[in-house]
Design a protein around this ligand. Structure first.
Ligand code: PMP
Length: 326
């Protein structure tokens, strides 16, 4: 075990965990990259750190400057930590359909949170567009811009991808994960395919997103929703995703995701968020298609702590006809 330096030095180098029950059920090795063990609690710590560093390197972010972002939560949490360590004020625009736990955490971390009405991306009042405009207006401020800033993808190309390659010793048949900005999927898969081009990359999508259709038909048209998942799915192809070689996509419904996270909680000891549930369902689907003896890697993005009022609230599930036991 090596010593780590401060918050930034503690981002990444997460363990790769064998998902015991899923591996045994499929006859494959199903391995989860434990991104929930990042110091800010999610996969987005990497993107937050890389984006801030890129803005520093380019000279756009000077000492004391403000970091502005539009985020469903985890990127904001990562940014708030990174900004506290480096002395930058942090302003977060967030749609009002996100869990109250995330707003509370951001407030506690000292970010200025602006919760705005949830409207489609094409609307000028969309949270991402509001964040971009505010950063433009404010002197010495940058817009992290996680969706289209490819420093996000670079974080995973330079850290997550090489870590997975090293941890598996290159013995990996497929990689699958869900997509919000696409930084994780694009960065990891670019790195892995450069090492060995026949590693299969599969995008995992919830319902109410355009990415499943984009991968399987070439047209980014929305599938019917809604989904209770947070932080994943997208109505458009971001700059981070453009040019990524994706072999296939699977669509996972909320009922399967709920059964997966509750099964992992009650029988395996894990407490995962919804995107991890989608990722694990996708890994099982890929493993079943490939057949026994293969290794499938996915991402354990965050824990369930931020979703106690939703995914882990029996009334919330019942109102939506979702059942932990199937
Ligand atoms: N899972 C969770 C919990 C997230 O917050 C996010 C980011 N919005 C993702 C998955 C998707 O990651 P990415 O933005 O790299 O596609």
């Amino acid at each position: 075990m090596e010593m780590r330096n401060g918050f930034a030095g503690s981002v990444g180098n997460t363990p790769l965990i064998r998902m015991a029950a899923l591996s045994e059920a499929t006859g494959c090795e199903i391995l989860g990259k434990a991104e929930f063990l990042n110091p800010g609690g999610s996969v987005k710590d990497r993107a937050a750190l890389w984006m801030v560093r890129e803005h520093e390197k380019s000279g756009a972010l000077e000492p004391g400057g403000t970091v502005v972002e539009g985020t469903a939560g985890n990127t904001g949490i990562g940014l708030a930590h990174v900004c506290n360590e480096r002395g930058y004020p942090c302003v977060i625009y967030m749609p009002d359909n996100q869990s109250p736990e995330k707003v509370a955490i951001l407030n506690t971390l000292g970010a200025e949170v602006r919760v705005v009405p949830t409207v489609p991306y094409r609307d000028e009042m969309n949270y991402q567009k509001q964040a971009g405009r505010y950063a433009d207006e404010l002197p010495n401020a940058v817009w992290a811009n996680q969706f289209d800033n490819v420093a996000n993808r670079l974080a995973h190309y330079e850290s997550t991808g090489p870590e997975i390659w090293a941890e598996t010793g290159g013995a990996i048949d497929a990689f699958t994960c869900s997509v919000g900005t696409g930084g994780t999927l694009a960065g990891v898969s670019r790195y892995l395919k450069e090492r060995r081009s026949n590693i299969e990359v599969v995008l995992a999508d919830p319902h109410g997103s355009a990415l499943y259709n984009w991968v399987t038909t070439g047209e980014a048209t929305m599938t019917p929703g809604p989904s209770i998942t947070e932080g994943i799915g997208n109505s458009r192809v971001t700059d981070n995703l453009v040019g990524t070689d994706i072999d296939d996509a699977v669509q996972i419904n909320d009922q399967r995701m709920v059964e997966m996270v509750y099964g992992q909680l009650r029988q395996q000891g894990w407490f995962f968020g919804s995107s991890t549930g989608i990722n694990l369902c996708a890994a099982v689907d890929v493993a079943k298609r490939l057949g026994p003896g293969h290794t499938v890697v996915t991402v354990l993005t965050d824990t369930g702590h931020k979703y106690q009022s939703s995914l882990y609230n029996p009334e919330f599930l019942a109102e939506r006809g979702l059942r932990p036991d199937g």
